[in-house]
Design a protein around this ligand. Structure first.
Ligand SMILES: NC(=O)c1ccc[n+]([C@@H]2O[C@H](COP(=O)([O-])OP(=O)(O)OC[C@H]3O[C@@H](n4cnc5c(N)ncnc54)[C@H](O)[C@@H]3O)[C@@H](O)[C@H]2O)c1
Ligand SMILES: O=C(O)CC[C@@H](O)C(=O)O
Length: 531
């Protein structure tokens, strides 16, 4: 039974599928301190959060069973991604579910700012009928600068068009072609600062976007600009903004997010007559909260059940069309990696080389490479390794991962070849294919062509091709109660080097393997276990 902890308020309807899952128990425990969460997280397989819970290194370290942290929303700045990746904890988010809601909040803020609605409301309910202090501005014919034209920025731009605004947009990924399609003018940050009447930011907070609007930008800013931030606190330098408002450069600002949340009581935004604020409500609608909770619950279930998933923040995204082509190979890839590692005993691996031939040569195979690398490393590092941290662990151990492709594949429609290069300049090669109707097959071991189903217990024997060896091996295993299910022998030339692969019904004791090596002309015997 998987245990899921929900540590922030998340829509009940959205997590219903987790609650209903027969293999999952869900517990809610919100408002915990870091120490309180660290004390209990060791009991859980999954943690679901919004933006309040800080999933720190300490929480990750204490989460010894933790497979996944699910963020019901977009931003993952409350989650220590590096710590998660190192421990192989998958971090997923729900990037699409709150786009429209946050875009609408941005618009609500822009209109409230243009018409002083919060200030006028406060005065009116305070008993003052003041019709003079709140002269507003229209949005029509004004220039809106949008910094960050991702999901939310693009939706904001669409709606601004309907209000008759001209849009200047900047995003490092915004091409001229896409700008034309979105009916916005491609601009630089400088163009926006010097020309916009309203400016809204929709970027993540990164070292590059932190304080991207600060004193130097305010100094050249178009006078009277109004600024909205419903993205992340810190994109706009809060203290420099207050100065710019007080100096008359900026006419007003509307902020949903703060550099530190919640802000201190004496934060200069609070009670400033020209700044309106909301407490990080951008995503707070019934619809968005249901959407993000549904999305994240679905993904958590997939991860707990070892099924393919998308939206992992600490792994590169994969298009569904590519995923569906790669997925049938995941198990084969992991087994080839594991097989290769098991025949490379006691030698330091310095390179994992994967060659994709045939059907797999024309697509991005990185997700499959991860399964292969996991298979190789798991043999030595155990369950600590998974597809999230395997590349990181390989790099840490100075194991190079190299990939090559070839359109043709020696008569197979697809062929995966895993070669482990050791520090002693030796190579171990295992190649496999997915055969239509027959499933997974290993078709080459080092230089020998073979045909084995990669499963269960196998013994790989290397020997010299001499009469009588097969009989002696059979007798010795029989004497030790090891039943042989199938056997294959491979050699290149008569009397030369040869291999024997035996599929046996159960594990073989070390003593039996050692005894095998006492047979004359038998060079080595290694047990391979594939699950
Ligand atoms: N207030 C809220 O409650 C709330 C709700 C949802 C999202 N958000 C935040 O809103 C922001 C945008 O969310 P989204 O879903 O549109 O994300 P997104 O990833 O779709 O878009 C972000 C865009 O910012 C661009 N960008 C990155 N660096 C930039 C730079 N230096 N200059 C200009 N553009 C840059 C990226 O290229 C990307 O296109 C995120 O920070 C997210 O966390 C806030
Ligand atoms: O959980 C929230 O309400 C915050 C949502 C928002 O900041 C996000 O990044 O998705």
């Amino acid at each position: 039974m998987f245990k899921v902890l929900v540590s922030d308020p998340i829509s009940d309807l959205g997590i219903q599928q987790l609650v209903d899952a027969p293999d999952v128990t869900v517990e809610k425990n919100t408002g915990l301190s870091e120490d309180e969460l660290a004390a209990i997280i060791g009991d859980y397989d999954a943690l679901l959060v919004r933006s309040q819970t800080r999933v720190t290194e300490k929480i990750m370290a204490a989460g010894t069973r933790l497979k996944v942290v699910g963020r019901a929303g977009v931003g993952v700045d409350n989650i220590d991604l590096e710590a998660a990746t190192q421990r192989g904890i998958i971090v997923i988010n729900a990037p699409d579910g709150n786009t429209i809601t946050t875009c609408e909040h941005t618009f609500a803020m822009m209109m409230a700012l243009a018409r002083h609605i919060p200030q006028a409301y406060a005065k009116t309910i305070g008993g003052t009928w003041d019709r003079k202090s709140f002269l507003g501005v229209e949005l029509r014919n004004k220039t809106l600068g949008v910094l960050g034209m991702g999901r939310i920025g693009s939706e904001v731009a669409k709606r601004a068009k309907a209000f008759g605004m001209n849009i200047l947009a900047f995003d490092p990924f915004l091409t001229q072609e896409r700008a034309e399609k979105l009916e916005v003018k491609l601009a630089t940050v400088d163009d926006i600062i010097r020309n916009a009447d309203f400016m809204t930011v929709h970027t993540p907070l990164t070292p590059e976007t932190r304080h991207m609007i600060s004193r130097p930008q305010f100094e050249v800013m178009k006078k009277g600009m109004r600024i909205i931030n419903c993205a992340r606190g810190g994109v706009i330098d809060e203290m420099a903004l207050v100065e710019a408002i007080d100096e008359g450069i900026v006419a007003g600002a509307a902020f949903d997010v703060f550099e530190s949340e919640p802000p201190q009581q004496d934060h200069p935004f609070l009670n400033h007559p020209k700044i309106i604020v909301t407490p990080h409500l951008g995503a707070s609608t019934i619809e968005a909260q249901e959407n993000v909770a549904i999305d994240v619950s679905e993904e958590v279930l997939h991860i707990l059940r070892d099924e393919p998933f998308k939206n992992a923040v600490n792994m590169p995204p994969v298009a569904p069309s590519i995923m569906s082509r790669l997925q049938p190979y995941f198990s084969l890839g992991e087994k080839l990696g594991s097989f290769a590692a098991q025949i490379t005993k006691n030698q330091a691996i310095h390179e994992i080389h994967v060659d994709y031939a045939g059907d797999l040569s024309d697509i991005d195979t990185l997700p499959l490479t991860r399964y292969i690398v996991k298979g190789v490393l798991a043999h030595h590092l155990g369950s600590e390794v998974n597809i999230v941290n395997c590349m990181h662990l390989a790099k840490n151990r100075e194991v190079n991962v190299a990939v090559s492709t070839a359109p043709k594949s020696k008569g197979f429609t697809n062929l995966l070849t895993v070669t482990l290069k050791t520090s002693e300049n030796e190579e171990r090669l295992v190649a496999g294919t997915l055969l239509n109707g027959y499933g997974e097959r290993i078709v080459q071991l080092n230089k020998f062509p073979v045909d084995i189903a990669p499963e269960g217990h196998q013994i790989l024997i290397s020997h010299n091709d001499k009469p009588g060896i097969i009989g002696q091996v059979g007798t010795l295993l029989g004497k030790n109660d090891v039943n042989i299910a199938s056997m294959q022998v491979g050699r290149k030339i008569i009397g030369g080097e040869a291999i024997m692969i035996l599929t046996v019904d159960k594990g073989v004791q070390k003593e039996v393997l050692n005894e095998l090596t006492t047979i004359p002309e038998l060079n080595s015997a290694v047990e391979i276990v594939l699950s």
